[in-house]
Design a protein around this ligand. Sequence first.
Ligand SMILES: *Cc1c(COP(=O)(O)O)cnc(C)c1O
Length: 387
Amino acid sequence: MVAPTACHPCGVDLSAITIPSELLPADGRFGCGPSKVRSEQITAIRDAATTIMGTSHRQAPVKDLVGNVRSGLTELFGLPDGWEIILGNGGSTMFWDAATFGLINSRSQHLVFGEFSSKFADAASSAPHLDQPTVISTEPGDHPTAVAEEGVDLYALTHNETSTGVSMHLERPAGIADDALVAVDATSAAGGLSWRPSEVDVYYFAPQKSFASDGGLWIAACSATAVERIEQIAATDRWRPAALDLGIALSNSRLNQTYNTPALATLIMLNAQIEWMLENGGATWVADRVATSASTIYGWADTHSLATPFVNDPAKRSHVVATIDLDDSIEATAVSAVLRAHGIVDTDSYRKLGRNQLRVGMFPAIDPADIERLTACIDHVMEQLAS
Ligand SMILES: *Cc1c(COP(=O)(O)O)cnc(C)c1O
């Protein structure tokens, strides 16, 4: 899409708008993935320039790094005994396919409330070896609730729907079978939002959001019940591609390896971010930090005459991805374009949602003080456009 040069409703030439430098945030990256990487994470790559970068992933230096990632996540999430961290290449999208082959026994139920949650449902519904899944959906801006259902062996939830800025409180649906799995897409939530392992069996994500790393990896925290399911399906003769075989991923992960070659810089940045979170106080600290950013931006939008939080229910407003509707008199794409011209990038809405909206990442790496400065910059731009 070509960036607008003028605001259509108001006719203002965008190049005439300048944001005073004292209003600008210290870092202008507010995207929802890839998202802001802290400079200390880049330093960590430089520090490993000759010891890890360019070395074999089958040798101790890289295996120790993968081991640190696995134990660091176990600590960060407070995982009980029996849980395991499994990882592989391909990001969360690839995990949906892996789950379709190696985690769903015969039938799944999916809560669909945006672009990302719909994709796992599509993957399961087109798999020839599975029965048709149940899909429970709501309009964007809200989320549905899972209900226990006979014959369903996997309930697919999404902790934070990145396309709409809706988050859901994670709870095991009442009355489901003892061996049914609750599998949660936590791609943008993991490392930011709180959750309790007792409510979940599989909590999977990719590192380019709250973990401020690069994409291309999937990571799944799995309960003992989930590990058992993976092993059961792996023992059957159901055909699955080796790269999507969770049994193979499990045995490699236990050796602190991936089935095929991972991007080492991604692992270094991920590990540095986990260590940073743990050093500062872990899960409570990150949850408080993103809650501060969230209360700043929603508080600002709630009282603004030209801005409104898109998500009506305050309890469902995400603390890591804010979606803010603008009044029709102000074109959100024009606001984003002016911000971008001043180094404040990726505040654009999720395009398929088709709303006059700004979307702002508030992951732990993003300083809450910068969220405050961002609101001042948006105010400044909107004043110029409205005048
Ligand atoms: C970003 C995102 C994905 C896709 O992640 P990839 O690593 O690009 O496959 C899936 N689900 C959610 C909720 C996301 O935010």
